[in-house]
Design a protein around this ligand. Structure first.
Ligand code: ZN
Ligand code: ZN
Length: 295
């Protein structure tokens, strides 16, 4: 993150803080001042995540999303805009809660490193795999615990308003829900070393992935990858497929549910017959699911 902040300081923030100091007749805050770093990080992370969300979800909605899904009886009127509205409300608060993690990394408390040779080139790949498995495991458990009746209604239910999601559902959460599910990403670099560029690339990847698992384009029928079809099963039937990237922990902890074959078939999955069958199974299961002890 210090690379990014270095550029931002040079091209944006140095002049902003100089002008602010002039206007308030105070000393210019130095680059390593913790208040300046916190403010700059808030502005950068918020700008980044908002731009990333609207651009990625927008492109996905325009070019990838199967819009016939909007004919599903469980698709809400104006749902895409409701998803955007919820994300817009959540993102400032998620950013605020995220700043201390990135600040810790910026001030050198994490295990992020700069020298490509420090752990050797094979470790770059090993650390990327570790990052996926580490975050997948913890997100699995955060997500599964969020389905506990004691917290579900207060925190995670908002994300399940979207029974048939669009890519804009990817960041449409209660702020606490979005933050809790992001903690493993921040935690990883305090647990094992990662090269700064590998970490930045994976950070972008996880945001794209969140959009992809909500895009309704069920290309991957891979038994290991937790794709859009698996996450659709989660939105349709709630207490299955809590994983983010792989089906591994759902299989280990017995919450895996294989998407039905028709879900991979564009013409069959959008038939009235399939939509109606899904709707009636949700109507039957929902009242018990929302009150049932799920773990
Ligand atoms: Zn859930
Ligand atoms: Zn979701």
């Amino acid at each position: 993150m210090d690379v990014v902040m270095g550029y931002l300081d040079t091209f944006v923030f140095d002049s902003v803080y100089s002008k602010a100091a002039l206007l308030t007749s105070t000393e210019v805050l130095p680059r390593d001042n913790i208040v300046r770093q916190s403010l700059s990080l808030f502005v950068f992370i918020y700008g980044y995540i908002v731009a990333f969300y609207y651009v990625t979800a927008g492109v996905s909605y325009r070019f990838i999303y199967d819009k016939k899904l909007e004919l599903h009886p469980k698709f809400l009127p104006r749902q895409r805009f409701l998803e955007m509205e919820l994300a817009a409300r959540a993102l400032p608060q998620i950013t605020l809660m995220t700043v201390p993690w990135i600040l810790g990394e910026l001030r050198g408390y994490s295990m992020v490193y700069k020298d490509w040779n420090q752990y050797g080139y094979p470790y770059l790949l090993v650390s990327a795999v570790m990052f996926i498995l580490f975050t997948d495991f913890f997100i699995y458990w955060v997500h599964r615990l969020e389905h506990h009746p004691m917290v579900y209604a207060k925190c995670h239910k908002m994300h399940h308003k979207w029974i048939v999601s669009t890519p804009y559902a990817s960041h449409a959460f209660h702020p606490l829900d979005g933050y809790l599910q992001s903690i493993p990403y921040h935690m990883a670099v305090f647990v094992f070393p990662m090269h700064e560029y590998v970490y930045l690339a994976l950070f972008a990847f996880v945001n794209v992935w969140s959009v992809m698992i909500h895009d309704g384009e069920y290309i991957s029928n891979n038994p290991v990858i937790n794709g859009a079809a698996h996450h659709t099963v989660h939105h349709l039937y709630f207490n299955y497929n809590y994983g983010q990237f792989t089906t591994l922990f759902d299989r280990v902890f017995n919450t895996f549910r294989q998407p039905t074959q028709e879900i991979y078939d564009r013409s069959r999955r959008n038939s009235k017959l399939v939509h109606d069958a899904q709707s009636s199974s949700i109507d039957t299961a929902l009242p018990t699911l929302e009150s049932k002890k799920l773990i």
